[in-house]
Design a protein around this ligand. Structure first.
Ligand SMILES: Cc1ncc(COP(=O)(O)O)c(C=O)c1O
Length: 331
């Protein structure tokens, strides 16, 4: 049957068809700067590299320049008097970040880089004890994640070769099946302290069943965290409802925030305020009201409250935060 919907989704047979489909749904391309195609036949390339570095939103340059201009005009006063004051800048990003990953605003914060955030999260959520020491990752995990989990094992005095389990697809298959992960957790779960997988794998592009694997990991008594570098801005996410323990992601791929831009963190509501979770601290971990008291000992017990970033530097903020805010508006 030839419905208008089917017609719109009919595979394009040639360039004319592709132009017709583009006209029917112009999408968001016009919001971004697209580099020219090699050879000069087309003013814009197809640009299929958003999995590595997303395109620059057209709004980014003006917002960055406005913040640099505020810094030039106001110096330190810009913390409070800039059009978008730098001191509470992260608060502008919390709601869009939460929306992107299906979280509550209290569960997300934008800060640091992805690998740094994974380490900060593992300080809290990788807590090997007794026979429960293993960290489960994919064999095709991004190398930074492999190195990070191995160094966490070493940090706890464990042998990374015994501690880190790399799940491989079945012989002859390219991608993990959900049951490859859930069956492992059912069989070996009592030895697993942490499951840390990529929501969308960087190498294979596979989207894992985050809800099912999280449920299996938690049922086995493990903590379940996700690296969402290739998932955020790419696929729908519902981290809160899926009961994910924690997640981290970068913003320079499908969030188009540019190289070196700030990353994101999710910590499930049930962990917020838990005084038993160890946490690395900095002056942004304390309440805003007492941040400038500069007492040698923080008056706050270390607890995860994502609204308060453990570490944050204002200069990085000015260069990076506008890129985040533009990209989340463009998407
Ligand atoms: C899946 C995944 N994890 C981790 C990283 C490392 O991110 P960063 O350099 O921001 O720490 C990347 C970077 O591309 C990645 O794709």
């Amino acid at each position: 049957m030839h419905t208008p919907e089917r017609e719109a989704h009919r595979p394009a047979a040639g360039e004319a068809d592709a132009h017709r489909l583009d006209e029917a749904d112009p999408g968001h391309r016009h919001l971004f700067h697209v580099p020219p195609a090699d050879g000069g036949d087309h003013p814009e390339s197809a640009y299929l590299a958003g999995n590595s570095l997303g395109l620059q939103p057209r709004a980014t340059r003006d917002e960055l320049l406005a913040d640099l201009d505020a810094w030039r005009r106001l110096g330190v006063e810009g913390h409070l008097e800039a059009e978008r004051p730098w001191l509470p800048y992260h608060e502008l990003l919390t709601a869009p970040a939460a929306r992107l990953v299906g979280a509550r605003p209290t569960e997300t914060v934008v800060m640091n880089s992805l690998t740094v955030n994974l380490h900060l999260l593992m300080v809290s959520f990788y807590r090997p004890a007794g026979v429960r020491t293993r960290i489960v990752i994919e064999d095709a995990a991004f190398p930074s994640d492999s190195y990070a989990v191995r160094s966490q094992a070493r940090f706890h005095g464990l042998d990374p070769d015994d501690t880190v389990v790399r799940l491989r697809p079945r012989p002859g298959e390219d991608a993990l099946r959900t049951e490859d992960v859930t069956d492992y957790l059912a069989a070996e779960g009592e030895r697993v302290a942490l499951v840390l997988l990529g929501g969308v794998n960087y190498l294979t592009g596979e989207l894992l069943d985050i809800a099912a694997i999280t449920a299996a990991g938690r049922a086995a008594g493990a903590t379940v965290g996700w690296d969402l570098a290739h998932a955020v801005g790419n696929v729908p996410l519902a981290l809160h409802d899926w009961d994910v323990d924690f997640a981290a992601w970068c913003s320079y791929k499908y969030l188009n925030s540019g190289p070196g831009a700030l990353a994101g963190v999710f910590v499930h509501e049930r962990h917020l305020g838990d005084p038993d979770l160890p946490r690395f601290e900095g002056w942004w971990s304390t309440a805003a009201a007492t941040r400038f008291e500069m007492t040698p000992v923080s008056r706050h017990r270390p607890r995860w409250r994502p609204g308060r970033s453990p570490t944050r530097r204002s200069s990085r903020w000015v260069r990076c935060a506008p890129r985040w805010s533009c990209s989340t508006r463009s998407g």
